[in-house]
Design a protein around this ligand. Structure first.
Ligand code: DON
Length: 598
């Protein structure tokens, strides 16, 4: 059964403002079309769509694109497990959501098997073996093969399949070969995404992006429109090899060679040895109790689990009350901001890849959140600089291009998966002849050792580069259980905002007892210690702007960027009393939701 409700649209902000193109035809097109788009963006606002909601007991997939949701859903219908469906969905997102869906990036898959502990299949990218903490001190170009980390996605999917899969690997990959080869219908979100990146000046003429232009420019040199077909023959061949020969083809075989050739052509660092030695890992989830629920979060090298859990535990100690007529009250925003400020400071001080740094066990000790809570003033903002403590501050930004999906199967196995290329379309390098993009994940490391500043740059030791180290992530796929049973599966894209998006949804659910659709629809805000400012979504009702004067009197700095939206959270909830399973797909970037029919 599919029930879709559309209330408001996040679409307008997907049109970037610069006027750029990949060919001369595109340049002319841009001059004519983009000017009108830009002016439309700044003068009118398209109504935003509400979340898509589906229900059913036979399995659900919620993700960024309807085509990928359907491909994952069909795997469930064939008897595949939630992990089988997650693998098929991940590969289908590589084809249908190229700005973030990937085989050239990495991520985190939380798996809740029906009668076992929640685990994390961690497949985060690693630093190439030739790097060290000073390799990027002066580096600023984030659209270059040098900033690609060693991809982890296929090793991660392979490991998840070995542990929890039922159908054959090739059955999971083959549907995506077909849509890459034959093409699929572009919707308005994908059209806006591709048009947006193709307008950027950096992509227009530089020979380094020739392959990108060949793969993603419309064949007629015009902007993409809803209803066009995107055909990706190189990607189809690559996926066919992966379907036939498995992940080894990417790490040791033909695709590995193509990737390393790409590196040597343009100054990248990944070698055959880097690829061959890459492994994905199963790690225990971060788990803690909040309001009678067990919250399972992603472990290091993601900062998500620890940071979210401490935010929620801290908030448990404070007088956080549910507003009845709005999603948030001024008091809520103040208290959540104080929780964000303190936990993001801890993130900078202690978090990194525990294969290289000491485990920060004290952060999950019984007293830590209470200690943080005791320093919160209920009516005044704390200055971020005043809690820097040991972190020396020097004098001296984040986007949406990760993607999250959630899956549940008929037996109750649940998957919460977030994976990413880091920036939109990663480092913008398409591996020649292979049709897939590489990440620019090296930018998640602290590039300048010792330089932490009030603008948000972090230079602390735990997340400095070392050969083979994983960069600290904010990806926060999360699973919540009540009385031992899964009741919520959630996650989001958004760089450091991911952590706060997921926390805000968990507050709406666990503290305020709202439905998942309401929790996902609620407007969002973000504070990350530095810069010391609360940045709000551009909510249609003006709720956040109406809070400004009061928040400023409390000592908060606020920012309301036009058309800003935060995250795209696709989740599933299971009512512990009735057992009703509901999938909710966030419409901020489109979204797809599929429930298997009985
Ligand atoms: O792993 C991370 O924290 C980032 N690379 C995620 C990047 C991201 O979410 C960008 N936009 N959504």
């Amino acid at each position: 059964m599919r029930i879709e409700s559309f209330q408001y649209s996040a679409f307008a902000s997907r049109f970037p403002s610069s006027i750029r193109a990949c060919t001369s035809a595109c340049i002319i097109w841009c001059l004519i079309v983009c000017t009108s788009v830009v002016s439309a963006q700044t003068t009118t606002r398209t109504p935003r769509l509400g979340p898509k909601v589906v229900q059913g007991q036979h399995g659900i997939v919620v993700c960024e694109t309807p085509v990928a949701a359907e491909i994952g859903g069909e795997i469930l219908a064939k008897g595949g497990t939630a992990v089988d469906a997650a693998i098929a969905t991940a590969i289908a997102l590589q084809v249908t959501w190229p700005e973030a869906g990937n085989i050239g990036g990495g991520g985190f898959m939380m798996v809740a098997p029906p009668h076992d502990d929640v685990v994390c299949v961690e497949y985060r990218e690693r630093a190439p073996l030739s790097t060290n903490k000073n390799s990027f001190v002066e580096w600023t170009d984030m659209h270059h093969p040098r900033v690609a980390g060693v991809p982890g996605t296929l090793r991660g999917l392979e490991l998840a399949h070995q542990k929890y899969g039922k159908l054959s690997w090739s059955e999971l990959v083959t549907p995506s070969v077909k849509i890459a080869r034959e093409g699929f219908e572009v919707n308005e979100y994908l059209a806006a995404s591709m048009n947006g990146v193709l307008r950027q000046k950096s992509l227009q003429n530089d020979p380094i992006f020739e392959e990108f232009r060949r793969v993603y420019c419309h064949p007629e040199g015009r902007p993409w429109q809803k209803g066009d077909r995107l055909v990706q023959p190189d990607l189809a061949s690559t996926l066919q090899i992966i379907a036939d020969d498995g992940a080894d083809s990417f790490y040791e075989g033909h695709i590995a060679k193509q990737l390393v050739d790409e590196m040597s052509r343009n100054g990248g660092l990944i070698t055959l040895e880097d690829l061959k030695s890459y492994t994905a890992t199963v790690r225990p989830a971060i788990v803690g109790e909040v309001k009678g629920y067990a919250v399972y979060g992603a472990p290091l090298p993601s900062s998500g689990g620890i940071t979210i859990l401490n935010q929620l535990r801290l908030l448990e100690q404070l007088p956080l009350t549910r507003p009845e007529s709005t999603a948030w009250s001024v008091e809520n925003v103040h208290l959540l901001t104080e929780a964000m400020r303190r936990t993001f400071r801890d993130r900078a001080a202690y978090l990194g890849d525990t294969d290289f740094i000491e485990k920060p066990a004290h952060l999950l000790g019984p007293d830590h959140a209470a200690r943080l809570a005791s320093s919160v003033n209920l009516t005044k903002a704390t200055s971020s600089a005043s809690i820097a403590n040991g972190i020396k501050l020097a004098d001296d930004h984040e986007s949406m291009q990760t993607t999250h999906f959630s899956v549940i199967d008929k037996d109750g196995m649940a998957v919460s998966n977030t994976y990413t290329l880091e920036a939109s379309y990663g480092c913008r390098i398409v591996v020649k002849g292979a049709g897939f993009l590489l990440n620019n994940e090296m930018g998640d490391f602290n590039f300048k050792p010792g330089i932490t500043n009030t603008k948000g740059r972090i230079g602390t030791e735990p997340n400095q580069i070392a050969p083979g180290k994983r960069m600290l992530s904010s990806q926060s796929p999360t699973i919540v259980k009540k009385d031992g049973k899964v009741c919520l599966v959630i996650g989001s894209p958004g760089g450091r905002t991911i952590i706060n998006t997921v926390s805000e949804i968990l507050v709406q659910k666990l503290f305020f007892d709202r439905s998942l659709a309401e929790a996902i629809d609620a407007p969002r805000f973000h504070h990350q210690w530095f810069p010391d400012v609360i940045t709000f979504e551009d909510d249609e009702d003006g709720l956040f702007e109406s809070m400004d004067a009061q928040l400023q009197r409390m000592g908060h700095e606020t920012s309301h960027p036009a058309n800003r939206q935060q995250g795209a959270a696709h989740g599933i909830e299971i009512d512990p009393k009735t057992g009703v399973v509901t999938g909710v797909s966030d419409a901020r970037l489109g979204g797809g939701a599929y429930a298997v029919s009985p």
